[in-house]
Design a protein around this ligand. Sequence first.
Ligand code: SF4
Length: 177
Amino acid sequence: MLHCGKILISGCLAGLSCSYDGQIKSEKSTVFREIFGKAEKLGYSFIPFCPEQAGGLATPRKPAELQTNAENILENRGKIVSISKTDVTENFIKGAKETKKVCELFSVSGVILKEKSPSCGKRKVYSGKFDGNLIDGMGLTCFLLSKCGFQIFSDEEFLTYWDNEGEEVFQKLFPKP
Ligand code: SF4
């Protein structure tokens, strides 16, 4: 029997209109949907999920940025605020924990997250000053999943592997349980 590998993916990469501005990331989601079709034949399925919606935030919503690093925020030593200065820390923490629950529930082989997001970013997030600048750092959900040992790739990392290695990338990056 073919074992199924499950991969959690940021909902916006899969074509859900969950981004803060309520828009669909059509170019990237088209690329990922083509990949989903190929992955399915190899026994992989994707779980689209949005931590910020799961944390109780509306769509559309005001953009938000971390005011310190993700570790400090998870340990109640800092906040995430929206551009209108609303404290949305609790929503982001809840969303990160809900994402972890889904990953555990489905025993995912790995996770693909949208770079630069305050929840999903893996290597870069916005500076916290709403000035459009990026800094090194992880989004809150990415940090929590990584702390729990999940295999995580940003969309940019995954697509680079995909371009170089095609379908073999699945078994290599996301070995099935
Ligand atoms: S929280 Fe993650 S899944 Fe939701 S819109 Fe932002 S980047 Fe996409």
